[in-house]
Write a protein that binds this ligand. Structure first.
Ligand SMILES: NC(=O)c1ccc[n+]([C@@H]2O[C@H](COP(=O)([O-])OP(=O)(O)OC[C@H]3O[C@@H](n4cnc5c(N)ncnc54)[C@H](O)[C@@H]3O)[C@@H](O)[C@H]2O)c1
Length: 353
């Protein structure tokens, strides 16, 4: 990744990240050129990078399906006039038939911020259960490969013996807790994927994504995830809202690393990845308090750090074992947290002003 330079627009930062992803993929000869790919949730944070990379890699067609529940039209605005890009406004928890051949279906559609769990639990459940089934049906109709974005949240709140967490860990999840609409529906989504593989022999791959941040991650009271919230608070010199004492950990993955990992896993020409469930994340654990201090320092902010009640069932630690990603995908995260933040903070500055 290019080191910090003077960017003149938020779009330049995104393009710099997309170029970096393409360069790293092309170094391993991974290209989606000539493929027809349908992406649900393509107007979201991660989906919009995937759409841009595939459009620029000259995929034959990229069909983006989204209902803008947590994504934004701005994220895909510059793709709308590209001849190999089509946008369809649709809620994937209802059936969908693209009525043309598709090579790969990527199912990303789901709200993903903890605040959304409280306000839209039924939508989230539907996107990952009915939505996953409807997306799988598209793969079945057109003999396409299927790729599902699951989450580290399927591990729930593992006891310390299972952190770092390998894919073989079954999870410790509260089925009726405030996070269950997300955790349990992602678990059910994985079960749907495996059921379609078993019954219809569809080629499937599942990514378990760990906390990812970067330009385009949404902030604000409904969508905000921790990195976005801390950056917005520090840039406005507001109190930084740490939940609990801040000793809980997360492993933060910069978006360029995440997208590269996802596009390696989804790539049909890596046959060893077929049927696999693979953690994609960063294995460097950071406490939430250290994250708050780092962002305060990088933004040169006068914000105070405030401590608020820890949400129920908030996971104590999150850290992936990445051996499968290394061995099967030849992938590992490259971006240091400080370097990723140095690209994310200027992007937020453009968006705030
Ligand atoms: N970003 C992360 O840290 C992270 C971590 C773990 C898992 N994931 C998973 O990765 C996927 C993408 O996450 P993201 O960070 O880009 O989130 P996001 O909220 O930015 O993107 C999700 C997109 O899906 C769309 N969507 C939601 N429900 C839909 C529906 N029923 N029909 C059509 N479109 C719908 C939203 O409008 C949005 O554009 C999600 O499935 C999420 O659970 C993300």
């Amino acid at each position: 990744m290019r080191k910090l330079k003077e960017f003149t627009s938020e779009q330049e930062i995104i393009d710099c990240i997309v170029d970096d992803i393409k360069k790293n993929l092309e170094r391993s000869k991974i290209t989606y050129k000539g493929r027809k790919v349908l992406i649900t949730g393509g107007a979201g944070f991660l989906g919009s990078y995937i759409c841009q990379v595939l459009v620029e890699q000259e995929a034959r067609k990229v069909i983006c399906i989204d209902n803008f529940s947590s994504g934004k039209k701005e994220n895909i605005e510059r793709l709308l006039d590209k001849p190999n890009f089509t946008f369809v406004y649709h809620d994937i928890s209802h059936e969908f038939n693209p009525e043309e051949n598709i090579d790969i279906v990527m199912h990303l559609a789901s709200r993903a911020s903890p605040f959304e769990f409280e306000h839209h639990p039924i939508q989230i459940l539907k996107s990952n259960t009915l939505g996953t089934m409807n997306a799988l049906e598209i793969a079945r109709m057109y003999d396409a490969e299927f790729f599902y974005t699951s989450t580290s949240e399927v591990y729930g709140n593992p006891d310390p013996a299972h952190v770092p967490t390998p894919e073989s860990y079954w999870g410790h999840v509260n089925p009726v807790g405030p996070r269950s609409c997300y955790d349990e529906s992602k678990r059910a989504g994985e079960a749907f994927v495996k059921a379609y593989e078993l019954e219809y022999n569809i080629p499937v791959r599942i990514a378990r994504i760990f906390n990812t941040y970067g330009p385009r991650i949404r902030g604000g009271p409904l969508f905000g995830r921790v990195v976005a919230n801390f950056i917005e608070e520090t840039l406005q010199d507001k109190t930084i809202s740490v939940f609990g004492d801040g000793s809980q950990t997360r492993s933060f993955t910069f978006v360029s690393d995440q997208i590269e990992g996802l596009l390696r896993l989804a790539y049909p020409e890596i046959p060893q990845a077929r049927s696999e469930v693979i953690n994609i994340g960063n294995n460097l654990e950071t406490t939430i308090l250290d994250l708050a201090k780092l962002i305060k320092e990088l933004t040169n902010s006068s914000s105070e750090i405030g401590f608020f009640g820890l949400p129920k069932d908030d996971p104590t630690r999150r850290c992936p074992v990445l051996d499968k990603a290394r061995d099967i995908l030849n992938w590992k995260p490259r971006t240091q947290l400080v370097d990723g933040l140095k690209l994310t903070i200027p992007w937020f500055k453009f968006m705030i002003h």
